[in-house]
Design a protein around this ligand. Structure first.
Ligand SMILES: C[S@@+](CC[C@H](N)C(=O)[O-])C[C@H]1O[C@@H](n2cnc3c(N)ncnc32)[C@H](O)[C@@H]1O
Length: 428
């Protein structure tokens, strides 16, 4: 299959050991139970299902005819169809398995802009009988990215989640971590919220798993992580509405717009930013802002601001006092609230407590505006803020440990909680 066709179909087949791991732990199926793969490819999931439940009726479909032919040769007793998994008539299915296509706009009926994995998940919930299960491999990002909040909400309102596991990068050459979702269609709201969800970090009840405002379903958190997050968030205040985010410049043509030579204006990139310090920018911008793909008005950059790395698992921040431009790998915010000091905020962002929170809440290596808007800031008196700001400004990285301790104290973390936050962050 050509790479472009493969991409268009989302045809990344699941390695057999992974399929076996996914189906392990599902309960026995009654004789004649119907097992369906809505996007079966060459039949890896159905082959494993046949080994596991020889008495089940297997049905697979895919829009890729050669793949269906291969599946039919592999599984002579199964029913295999060249059909659209999103519209083929189905009813009262016992179990839906598989790895649906991921990405925007895939699948015949998928509207442009919509995640196809979402469509297949919703379709599975629609055709399962009450009590029937789905066992699907999804993009890990689906579990937490804001764009899929509504679909997660729908899932939580119609199904009891039985297993949620982060599988990581399982497709060779594809940087898109996967997660496994096993859920039972469950009409009873009480059974849904009291459902125990198995995760690698231990069991957690569905009500607790879904307590997050974004309905992020985070399978990586253990009970101690959850307790610590609840404590950090408990008495916190937030940045939202108190700072102005400044979009970094997107040139659209880096080769023409940037130079490492002497001409043009210095522009801060992510790699110039370390905790508390901005190194002398390695690159300069040689084109005017209005010729670039995206840039804030020049005045937005010409002020004191907190600059942070955009591509990072955790916040890394420093204060720019010189009003310099920033590239989009280094985003920034200016502080509007006179009660908050930029150096103090940089210290909070660089603290182990905030980094623990970020890596626990977000698995993708991105520090987004929405993450920082929600990051819990500790309650602090003006005097404490001023001391921390002065220390951060004067000594910066040399005082990192002292700053970290002071911020731990503001969050009122115990020594055990500090050790846990540190080791969790370092492990991430
Ligand atoms: C990620 S592959 C998974 C294949 C197989 N389930 C596996 O795990 O080995 C996704 C499959 O979805 C198929 N596909 C895409 N859109 C579809 C649709 N609307 N209906 C059925 N299959 C579709 C592709 O042809 C591709 O075989």
């Amino acid at each position: 299959m050509q790479a472009s066709t493969k991409r268009a179909l989302g045809a990344y087949y699941t390695p057999a050991p992974l399929v076996a791991e996914a189906l392990a732990g599902l309960p026995p199926l009654p004789e004649g139970a119907q097992v369906v793969d809505l996007a079966c490819g060459d039949g890896a999931w159905l082959a494993e299902a046949q080994t596991r439940w020889p008495q089940a009726q297997l049905l697979g479909m895919d829009i890729d005819e050669p793949a269906v032919e291969r599946a039919a040769r592999r599984l002579p007793e199964a029913e295999l169809l060249v059909a659209d998994g999103l519209s083929h008539p189905l009813d009262s299915v016992d179990l839906i398995v598989g790895n649906p296509p991921w990405g925007i706009g895939r699948g015949k009926r998928v509207r442009r802009g919509e995640e196809s994995a979402t469509r297949f998940l919703l379709r599975a919930l629609e055709v399962l009988r009450p009590g029937g299960r789905l066992c699907l491999l999804l993009p890990a990002a689906w579990l937490e990215v804001g764009a899929h909040r509504e679909a997660r909400d729908f899932l939580l309102h119609h199904a009891a989640i039985e297993r949620l596991e982060y599988f990581g990068d399982v497709f060779p050459g594809v940087l898109a971590p996967a997660a496994l979702l096993v859920a039972r269609r469950e009409p009873d709201a009480r059974l849904r919220s009291s459902q125990w969800v198995a995760t690698a970090a231990g069991r957690v009840q569905q009500a607790q798993l879904s307590g997050d405002p974004e309905r992020a379903l985070n399978p990586r958190l253990g009970a101690r992580d959850r307790a610590l997050i609840a404590k950090l968030e408990g008495r916190a205040h937030r940045l939202a509405g108190r700072v102005t985010f400044i979009l970094g410049v997107v040139t659209g043509k880096n080769a023409a717009a940037l130079t490492e030579g002497e001409s043009g204006e210095p522009i801060i990139s992510g790699r110039d930013v370390s905790a508390y310090r901005i190194g002398s920018p390695a690159r300069r911008l040689v084109l005017p802002l209005d010729e670039l793909q995206q840039a804030a008005p020049a005045s937005a950059y010409r002020r004191v601001k907190v600059v942070y790395r955009f591509i990072s698992t955790h916040p890394v921040a420093a204060v720019d006092e010189d009003g310099r431009l920033t590239l989009n790998s280094a985003n920034a915010f200016a502080v509007d609230d006179a009660g908050l000091e930029p150096h103090y905020l940089a210290a909070v962002l660089n603290s182990t407590a905030a980094r623990f929170w970020h890596v626990s809440r977000h698995s993708l290596p991105r520090v987004l505006k929405t993450h920082l808007e929600r990051l819990p800031l500790p309650p602090a008196r003006a005097r404490d803020m001023a001391t921390i700001a002065a220390l951060a400004k004067e000594k910066g990285p040399a005082a990192a440990e002292e700053l970290d301790d002071r911020i731990f104290r503001l969050y009122a973390l115990t020594p055990g909680e500090r050790t846990h936050a540190r080791s969790r962050w370092l492990r991430s």
